[in-house]
Design a protein around this ligand. Structure first.
Ligand SMILES: [Zn+2]
Length: 445
């Protein structure tokens, strides 16, 4: 939308709204970036910005990301490492700028994949010593999202004890001494983010990592804090059969049953992974209007969860792949539109975000694909949701808009060369090599 005008509009060949593609339909947003109306009036079609040969779709919502896991790319893809965090030896070397550079690269790749909103599960809060909210590394992650232009729910991770058997000691910036310390630091960061960023662009949620690393009493303290501040609460639950068995052995009930008993399962709760749920657990998630978040790998009970009334969001976890749609693709949904809803509006609901669908009142967060792409050429509009679900790839994505503001044009982000150059320099340094001059990288990218 041009600056200074009250309203801006777009007219792609096709727009995905109400679970289907419509032709001859323009949509408009006001100066705050919210969609105000759809129109088929000739005068409106004539004034809207024409996106010829393109289809517009709601921006994807990645409900579960571990950006720092990107530092171990190559290790996670080959299955040698846990994807959530790089090795402690790398984490211990990271400063605020390094966290910023890594998150910025991850959010760039995500946005080029059509993602306009992310839930970032951030666990490294500071370096060797804590220095308060202004130096909290979570702030760097939010700043990185702001620079790229992606909306972010910063899900601040609590880890109070190491998960046995632990391979290496976690650095001090990951472990919290107590639930009280964690909530105190979280509240300071929440206020700093609220002060410095628009409320629908960056907001805070809490994420006790799992019952294995946060004991029930501490979980309850953090949950009470989240409820008092109306924050989203995300946690890894039932990630594997062993997880469930360990929970039963320690607490005499499954992890999710224990969390429900503690009063933590409500409409602001998301169970991440949630691969091993009983029928009772699925029912209780549905009754509570809670959500689960799919992660790459095994399918979950997506149809039973949706039928019960639970949200089913999707997240990339370690960024192999970078798109939640790719995660939803293999999750076992019965039809393509359900998978699309998982990667868009269900993610928005899980994160408490405003986007996720092209509808009046929601922000104009969308991406476009070229309909002349070899994968899409000649496909009829009713078949497009299924074809795009099966084939959508970063290289098919042309433009990305967030809050009616263009961030990616013809597949490129304005700051792409600088962002990738900085990250390559960081990886060189972590690997003990002499970084190449950034100017060379910029020219080559
Ligand atoms: Zn995770």
């Amino acid at each position: 939308m041009p600056h200074g005008s009250r309203e801006g509009g777009w007219l792609p060949d096709l727009v995905y709204t109400g679970d289907k593609f419509e032709a001859g339909l323009a949509f408009f947003a006001d100066s705050t970036g919210r969609i105000t109306r759809f129109s088929r009036e000739p005068a409106d079609l004539a004034t809207a910005r024409r996106l010829a040969g393109q289809a517009a779709l709601p921006g994807l919502v990645n409900a579960h990301s571990h950006a720092l896991g990107r530092l171990a790319r190559g290790e996670t893809e080959t299955g040698r490492l846990n994807p959530a965090l790089p090795p402690a030896a790398i984490l211990a070397k990271l400063g605020a700028e390094d966290v910023f550079d890594t998150a910025r690269l991850v959010f760039l790749e995500m946005m080029m994949s059509g993602v306009t909103c992310v839930g970032e599960f951030h666990a490294l809060h500071h370096g060797a010593e804590s220095a308060g909210a202004e130096k909290d590394f979570g702030r760097e992650v939010v700043r990185a999202a702001h620079e790229v232009g992606i909306r972010i729910a910063l899900l601040r991770v609590a880890i109070l004890r190491e998960q046995p058997p632990s391979k290496a000691a976690l650095p001090p910036g990951v472990l919290s001494a107590s639930a009280e310390q964690f909530t105190r630091e979280t509240e300071a960061l929440r206020l700093a983010i609220e002060r410095d960023f628009p409320a629908d662009e960056a907001w805070l949620g809490v994420a006790p990592d799992s019952l294995a690393t946060v004991p029930p009493e501490a979980f309850k303290v953090i949950g009470n804090y989240a409820r008092a501040q109306r924050l989203r609460l995300h946690t890894h639950v039932a990630s594997s059969a062993e997880d469930v068995a360990a929970g039963v052995a320690e607490h005499g009930r499954t992890p999710l049953a224990l969390l429900a008993e503690l009063g933590l399962v409500d409409k602001r709760f998301t169970a991440v992974d949630a691969r091993h749920l009983t029928d009772d657990e699925i029912r209780s998630l549905g009754t509570a209007r809670a959500a689960i978040c799919l992660t790459p790998g095994l399918p979950a009970a997506v149809t039973a969860l949706s039928t019960a009334g639970a949200g089913v969001a999707a997240g990339t976890d370690s960024h192999a792949p970078a798109s939640p749609l790719v995660v939803a693709r293999t999750a076992g949904f019965e039809d393509a539109t359900a998978a699309w809803r998982s990667a868009t509006v269900a993610g928005a609901r899980s994160l408490g975000a405003t986007g996720g669908a092209l509808e009046v009142g929601r922000p104009a967060d969308f991406f476009t694909v070229s309909l002349s792409d070899p994968a899409l050429a000649g496909v009829e509009p009713p078949a497009l949701p299924a074809v795009l679900l099966a084939t959508l790839d970063r290289r098919m994505i042309r433009d990305v808009w967030v809050g009616a503001r263009q961030r990616i044009a013809a597949g490129r982000h304005l700051a792409q060369g600088q962002i990738t150059g900085r990250f390559i320099g960081l990886q060189d340094r972590l690997r003990g090599r002499t970084p190449q001059p950034a100017a060379t990288l910029d020219a080559a990218s």
